[in-house]
Ligand binder design. Structure first.
Ligand SMILES: *Cc1c(COP(=O)(O)O)cnc(C)c1O
Length: 219
């Protein structure tokens, strides 16, 4: 199957899942995760009308996205991988959305970088819903206080929450937990769902699904 067919398939399955759960048209944004793929492999997705992309590494993204962004207007780039504070300036310069804010140090570094550059990047707080030691994200119980700190002391407008459920578990309860935490914080955006579970995520209220291999193929 060609990339365009796979992309269309993902789009129609998202639309169908949204319809099933009585979500309005356009309620779910598709973030096409292009990590590990080079500019040559990404261009067909842009040609097929895809404008929102996700990457998990700042440095890798710097090697391809400045050029791709300069070729096509309206590209929206999401950082979906862990961020180190010494990369905050680079991340703010290149990305439109950073989905992986998960500790005070990185939140402060982003606030400073945005001030320096006079640029606002949209932010999500990553929650480690499975409390996995190897995984990034703030603990569910600490989420509300962290969102408060970001909004208050740091003056950051947090847009939503993001999670990556444990690979071997049923994702539904994790999506439900993220939705509940967001509601408690007064946040409307939920970034959840990947190639294996994006339809489930839509049923649990995802506003943003991050789909890589189902579009670009195996990595
Ligand atoms: C790689 C990645 C994805 C996409 O995963 P697929 O299974 O290829 O769809 C989504 N979210 C994050 C945070 C990722 O790192």
């Amino acid at each position: 199957m060609e990339l365009q067919e796979r992309l269309n398939e993902v789009r129609s399955r998202i639309a169908e899942a949204a319809k099933q759960s009585k979500r309005p048209d356009g309620a779910v944004q598709l973030v096409a995760v292009s990590k590990t793929f080079d500019a040559e492999a990404i261009r067909p997705a842009i040609a097929a009308g895809q404008r929102v992309f996700g990457e998990n590494r700042v440095q890798e993204s710097q090697g391809k996205w400045p050029e791709l962004k300069s070729e096509t207007a309206g590209i929206e780039l999401h950082l979906i991988g862990p961020l180190q504070s010494n990369k905050a300036d680079d991340a703010v310069a290149l990305f439109d959305v950073i989905e992986t804010v998960d500790r005070e140090k990185i939140a402060r570094a982003l606030a400073d970088a945005m001030k320096r550059q006079g640029k606002t990047v949209r932010l999500y707080v990553q929650v480690n819903t499975g409390l996995e030691p190897q995984k990034a994200g703030i603990a569910p119980d600490d989420t509300a206080a962290f969102v408060d700190l970001c909004r208050g002391e740091l003056g950051l407008a947090i847009e939503g929450l993001m999670c990556i459920p444990p690979a071997e578990e049923n994702p539904g309860p994790h999506f439900a937990l993220l939705a509940k935490l967001a509601k408690n914080c007064g946040l409307e955006k939920l970034s959840m769902g990947m190639s294996g579970d994006y339809e489930t995520a839509v049923a649990f209220g995802a506003t943003c699904v991050r789909v890589g291999s189902a579009i670009f193929g195996t990595r």
